[in-house]
Design a protein around this ligand. Structure first.
Ligand code: OSB
Ligand code: MG
Length: 377
């Protein structure tokens, strides 16, 4: 897969924080976001540059990582492991930060930048490097909790008209059965799923079983963010397939989930699992276990979105993911050419070298709220 990657140096690094207002507030069972603050890792070495996006949030609500925490971990621990180190391929550089426990999103951002750099050095796209087989990705859309049922139905209508292939609705206790029922009534054949972001416990099993009658393609992460055992108990008691998100942060987590029967489907996010190369490994293991996978999203700017599309081009990504078009999130993305949804509900996998995108410098400067330069000690 990446046996052909060049050994490169990392001579300079920049950490940049950008803020992009969201076109509409995004509410989940854990809170509301109105702006996407993203941390970018910009690397340069051997005359080639690369950029990566860290998907950590402002608050440690989805995961324990935060944008500010990732900034300090990158500055003080991860980047010093690669800056000025002997030339290495991407996996080699990644081994140099293996000693850092956790901080998957910070590591993934660095790895993304290294893959972009490597791709620019060889002319390969990140999709090619990862072993992608698809040129277009089927897209779904993740809709936050709305102020009313009517607002939810209106939002769904708009996204279906745009071409999105499946609808994911955020839910929470008390905003679930009635929601699924109303949406099913209005959109009988639409591929539909719910994402609870860990809002339930095993005591809610009756409520969760009541969802079985609405033909959901899956329910994502109903139980605790760090649980696999209760998910296995729940999966045995409901018909709807459980899809894991928060609970799988590593290959070890995934192997445990498969062995326990904690679900049947995996949402793969490179940030959550420490990078695109680890994400590809999880994809392979799911394939062996017969678990379909899809590519999740973290409200990424066009930079992280390009990486998601590259990942989703791997053969096992058979379900539409949360890889929506730029205009679902931002009025203005960071790219010269924002990602636009085709009428068939697909986005193209970038084919240019590396991430295959062109960042619009003026827009980037406008969005920047913090910038720091690092060089080898
Ligand atoms: O649980 O999948 C999630 C966004 C931020 C944090 C967690 C999640 C999400 C989404 C949005 O569902 C997916 C997207 O469109 O990027
Ligand atoms: Mg989720």
């Amino acid at each position: 897969m990446n046996g052909g990657l060049p050994r490169l140096r990392v001579e300079r690094a920049r950490l940049r924080v950008v803020e992009l207002p969201l076109v509409s507030p995004f509410t989940t069972s854990f809170g509301t976001q109105t702006v996407r603050r993203a941390l970018l890792v910009e690397l340069e070495g051997d005359g080639v540059a690369g950029v990566g996006e860290c998907v950590a949030g402002i608050d440690p609500a989805y995961s324990s990582e935060t944008c500010a925490g990732a900034l300090s971990t990158l500055r003080d621990h991860i980047l010093p492991s690669v800056l000025g180190a002997p030339p290495a391929d991407v996996a080699g550089h990644a081994r140099s930060w293996e000693w850092v426990r956790g901080h998957h999103m910070a590591k993934a951002a660095t790895e993304m930048a290294l893959l972009d750099q490597a791709g620019h050095a060889t002319g390969q796209s990140v999709s090619q490097i990862l072993g992608g087989v698809r040129s277009r990705i089927g897209c779904g859309v993740s809709i936050g909790i709305q102020p009313s049922l009517a607002a939810t139905l209106t939002a769904i209508e708009g996204y279906l008209a745009a071409g999105y292939q499946r609808i994911k609705l955020k839910c929470k206790p008390g905003y679930d059965v009635e929601l699924a029922q109303a949406v099913r009534q209005r959109f009988p054949g639409t591929p539909l799923m719910l994402d609870a972001n860990s809002a339930y416990s095993l005591q809610d099993v009756d409520q969760l079983r009541a969802l079985d009658e609405f033909d959901l393609t899956m329910i994502e992460q109903p139980l605790a963010h760090d649980d696999l055992i209760d998910h296995a108990t729940l999966q045995a008691q409901i018909e709807t397939s459980i899809c894991l998100d928060e609970s799988v942060e590593s290959l070890a987590d995934l192997c445990a989930a498969i062995a326990l029967g904690s679900g049947r489907i995996l949402n793969i996010k490179a940030g959550r699992v420490g990078g695109l190369l680890p994400a590809a490994q999880l994809h392979d293991t799911c394939g062996e276990a017969g678990w379909p996978v899809w590519c999740g999203g973290m409200l990424e700017t066009g930079i992280g979105r390009a990486a998601n599309l590259a990942l989703a081009s791997l053969p096992g990504f058979t379900l539409p993911g949360d890889t929506s078009a730029s205009d679902r999130y931002f009025e203005q993305d960071l790219l010269e050419q924002p990602f636009e949804l085709a009428a068939d509900g697909t986005l193209p996998v970038p084919t240019g070298p590396g991430l295959g995108i062109q960042v619009e410098q003026r827009r980037l400067d406008e969005a920047t709220v913090h910038l720091e330069e690092l060089s080898p000690k």
